[in-house]
Ligand binder design. Structure first.
Ligand SMILES: CC(C)(COP(=O)(O)OP(=O)(O)OC[C@H]1O[C@@H](n2cnc3c(N)ncnc32)[C@H](O)[C@@H]1OP(=O)(O)O)[C@@H](O)C(=O)NCCC(=O)NCCS
Length: 169
């Protein structure tokens, strides 16, 4: 866990789990690194593949592109193996650019889950929002991930406040 912690205190790039480079380790193969990016120009097909992998319903790519374009923050998490880069996580946030932000579409590829990467992705996203002086961060949690968000400090119904939804009939 120490390695992932160090990720947030420094740059947006991290080396392999040992914290040492491949050369330092005497390895010949390039060690995979986990990289975070806030570049919103991401390959929509790659993003769709990631969302497919966790069983999310498909959304029209044109609308996804629009949503990314109008998001306040887009965070992608990549496994970098030198020549190859794979999208392994994603999150985005919408905001009024002053007080509030809402986090959407948090996902880690199933092959990379349960390694602390979801937590790393969320901490990176929160850090970015805080750096923009956003103080109120909200999200909508699926029932099966409430405890994941709780562990990150999110509260369910603080002071009895309930999320309310309006859906077209
Ligand atoms: C939810 C998700 C992002 C978590 O990513 P992950 O990389 O597996 O999570 P991590 O390994 O970083 O887990 C961080 C902590 O949360 C816990 N955790 C992870 N998933 C959890 C879950 N579903 N329920 C409760 N706790 C969970 C871990 O045990 C870990 O606890 P620890 O800090 O005490 O060790 C990932 O499972 C996912 O992409 N799920 C499918 C998409 C989804 O449901 N997204 C949320 C939509 S609201």
């Amino acid at each position: 866990m120490g390695f992932w912690k160090s990720l947030f205190s420094s740059s947006e790039t991290a080396s392999g789990a040992s914290g040492r480079s491949a050369a330092e380790n005497g390895a010949i193969a390039t060690e995979p690194r986990i990289i975070f990016s806030t570049d919103r120009e991401i390959d929509l097909y790659e993003l769709e593949e990631l969302c497919d992998a966790v069983g999310w319903a498909r959304r029209p790519l044109k609308k996804v592109k629009k949503a990314l374009h109008h998001s306040f923050l887009v965070v992608s998490m990549w496994e970098d193996r030198g020549a190859k880069r794979r999208l392994i996580g994603f999150a985005r946030a919408t905001s009024d650019c002053a007080f509030n932000a809402t986090i959407w579409d948090v996902v880690v590829h199933p092959e990379y889950q349960s390694r602390g990467l979801g937590k790393a992705l969320m901490k990176f996203t929160i850090k970015k929002l805080k750096s923009e002086d956003i103080s109120n961060i909200t999200l909508f949690a699926d029932p099966q991930v409430i405890d994941f968000y709780r562990r990150l400090g999110f509260m369910l119904d603080p002071e009895g406040i309930k999320g309310m939804f309006w859906y077209p009939e």
